[in-house]
Structures are given as structure tokens and as C-alpha cells.
Design a protein around this ligand. Sequence first.
Ligand SMILES: NC(=O)C1=CN([C@@H]2O[C@H](COP(=O)(O)OP(=O)(O)OC[C@H]3O[C@@H](n4cnc5c(N)ncnc54)[C@H](O)[C@@H]3O)[C@@H](O)[C@H]2O)C=CC1
Ligand SMILES: O=P(O)(O)OC[C@H]1O[C@](O)(CO)[C@@H](O)[C@@H]1O
Length: 382
Amino acid sequence: MKAVHFGAGNIGRGFVGLLLHEAGYEVVFADVASELIDQLAAADSYQVHEVGEQPAVRTVDNFRALNSGSQEADVVAEIATADIVTTAVGPHILKFVAPVIARGIAARAAGLPPLQVMACENAINATDLLRAEVEGRWDTAVGSLAGAAVFANTAVDRIVPNQAPGQGLDVTVETFYEWVIDRTPFAGHAPVIPGATFVDELGPYIERKLFTVNTGHASAAYFGFEAGLEKISDAMADQDVAADVRAVLDETKELLVAKHGFNRDEQEAYVQKILGRFTNPHLPDTVNRVGRAPLRKLSRNERFIGPAAELAERGIVPEALLGAMAAALRFNDPADAEAVELGKILAESSAEEATAKITGLAAEHPLFPAVRSLVQERQTES
Ligand SMILES: NC(=O)C1=CN([C@@H]2O[C@H](COP(=O)(O)OP(=O)(O)OC[C@H]3O[C@@H](n4cnc5c(N)ncnc54)[C@H](O)[C@@H]3O)[C@@H](O)[C@H]2O)C=CC1
Ligand SMILES: O=P(O)(O)OC[C@H]1O[C@](O)(CO)[C@@H](O)[C@@H]1O
């Protein structure tokens, strides 16, 4: 069995690649980072260090590595004979990997089972985004895409910080992980991946994960950054930051319980578990990494505006989420391209225009005036 995995970064090596390896797949990593690919191609194995309660070390071997920029034809040939293609490149990069995936699918011999494609990104229905990009490049003369590939949405959850320099290919990760995959597109032929959970209705799981883990984590990052703290575990040790994060998760809990019918006690236990993960002192994670890409995180269907908009539509003012968004607007990390772009938008646009650009909210939306006030407040500070 063979899997081609795009993105040999933190999640690629420390989570998806590991689980595919443990499921018995030979993994072919495809990435555009030449140095990383050269290192992987020259290595026989690397280790995943799980830190926290019950630490463990897992070894990944039986992999190969290709540069998807300079060795595109080789990647196409690998996809043509693979069972699975996965990605962990970032949602905004999916459009760049789609053409090579489309070519790989088109090159598959007739009679092969459909390629199983799963995007493992922090975004709602990322695989649908990838499929749309592949469809846009599909040559219908080759045949039906639906007959050649199956696309399944997934939710991936494991905190994998940036790795310390000098650690080589080894990855330090938290012990917890959850990979939830929509079973329905596989029509009874879902892959066997022992570490993954297959469900019939993925939507509520994705939202629960994004609006709890990612909303909470990003809130800790932005409140922590505002408080001048560097590590996420230090941010969570600060009583004010911890209380602000908790208040945010109380609001998303209300939404998730009301919208999806999650049991209130089970959701509370989920929140507690996640808050515990954020405080893991063994994980060298920073507010800068977790707060990265603030424009993506403040976009319409993402972890802040997504739940806040739905609460506002239900007549609830999401005070705590608005507080987190105010902190996000102050995330002015000069090393983060999106934070720099955010600063430019705030400096060069009216409050009305900046609110629309940053959040994608329509001016008539009930949340719009509250966010515009935050934007205005931020603009008067600068
Ligand atoms: N790190 C984490 O804790 C988690 C991350 N995620 C999601 O996983 C995805 C990847 O995140 P990380 O692994 O943290 O990022 P990362 O930056 O460590 O890895 C991304 C990799 O994609 C590669 N890449 C960029 N453009 C490419 C292209 N055109 N073709 C092939 N490879 C390309 C990069 O060179 C890099 O090695 C993101 O969607 C993120 O939201 C999800 C859950 C947890
Ligand atoms: O690219 P993003 O959305 O910041 O993804 C990384 C986030 O995902 C998480 O792993 C949560 O699943 C956090 O570690 C981190 O904040």
C-alpha cells in the first residue's frame, strides 16, 4: 500500500505521515522545501517524540521523498500508482498542489480502485476545496473524475509546534491526536487506518474541533501576545488570559450545544481536556506560531467570525469572542506576512472597508457594527 503525502512539515511528519506509516503504508512525502526533501530522501527513518502524560517515541521508516516543484513528473507517477493522497500544506496552498494531483489521477491505469484523497488542514471541508481545484483542472476527455478518485473531508487535531533548530527530521508533538474522517464517500471501501476515526456525519465534528480547539488556542495566542508573553503554556498560566480563553470557549460551547445538540456535559469535558492540552509545559509552543496568519483566522467562516456571526444571528452578543478578535487585531508580529498585511489594511482603509475586507461580513450582518467598533478602536491606537 502506498500513500503520497503533500507537506512534510510539522503535521506531515508528526501526525499524518506517522499514522499512515503505522497503518502499513509506504509514505512518499512531496514538498517544495528542497533542504527538507533532501534530508528526508537521505534518511532511513525519523522519530516522533510524544511529550506530556505518558510520553513515547515512535519511529517512522519505509518512506521516500520527492520535491513536488522540481520532480513533478515523478510525483505524478507516484500518484498514478498510489492508494491514498493526503495533504497538510495549509488551506491556501491547496490550489497549488491540485494540478499535480489532477495529473496523477489522470495517469492512473484503468481498473485501479479510485484514489482516496484527504486534505488534512485546519479548515471546514478542506477536501471539498481541494476537489474543486482538481475539478477545475480536470480534462473530461480522460474520463470521469468521480470514477477515478474519492474525496473525503477530515478533521485533524494534534498540536505540533515548530521544531527546534538542530532537531533534524525528528518531531516533538503532544501525546493527544484525533483524525476524524468522513466515511460516506468511500462507499464501503474506507481505508484501514487504525489511528483514525471514521464517522457518517463529519460536519458537527469539524465545527466542534475548529470552534473549540482552534478558537481556544488562537485566543490564548492573541491574548498572550497582547500580555507580552512568549509561550502558550505561559499565556495559559496567566490568570487573566486563562479566564478570557475560558469565556470564549463558554460562548462557543453554547453555540455548539444549541446548533448540533452536543451533550452539555460532554462538551464541557471536551473543553476541559483541550484547556489541559494548551497548558502542556513540555510542548515548546509559542504565541507567534499559534497566532500565525491572522487574516485567515479572522476570515468569514473561520474560528472567530464563524461562531460569533452565528451567535449574533441568534440574538446573542458574543462579548468574549469580540474580545479575542480585538486582541487578534493587535497581533502585529513583523515576521508574519498576514499580520503585516493586516496592519496595512487597518492603516489604509476606513473602519467600514477594513471590517469588510478582514472579516468578509456583509455590512447588514448583526455582528458587523460590533466588529467595526473594534476595528475603529484599533485604528485610533495606531
Ligand atoms: N501544527 C499543528 O499543530 C496543526 C496544523 N494543522 C494544519 O496542518 C496544515 C499544515 O500545518 P503545519 O504542518 O503546522 O505547517 P508546516 O509549515 O510545518 O508544514 C507545511 C509544509 O507544506 C509545505 N508546502 C508549502 N507549499 C507547498 C506546495 N506547494 N507543495 C508541497 N508542499 C508545500 C511547506 O514547505 C511545509 O513543509 C495546516 O493546514 C494547519 O492548519 C492542523 C492541526 C494541527
Ligand atoms: O495553521 P493553523 O490554523 O494555525 O493550525 C495550527 C493550529 O492547529 C492546532 O494544532 C490545533 O489543532 C494548533 O496547534 C494550532 O494552533
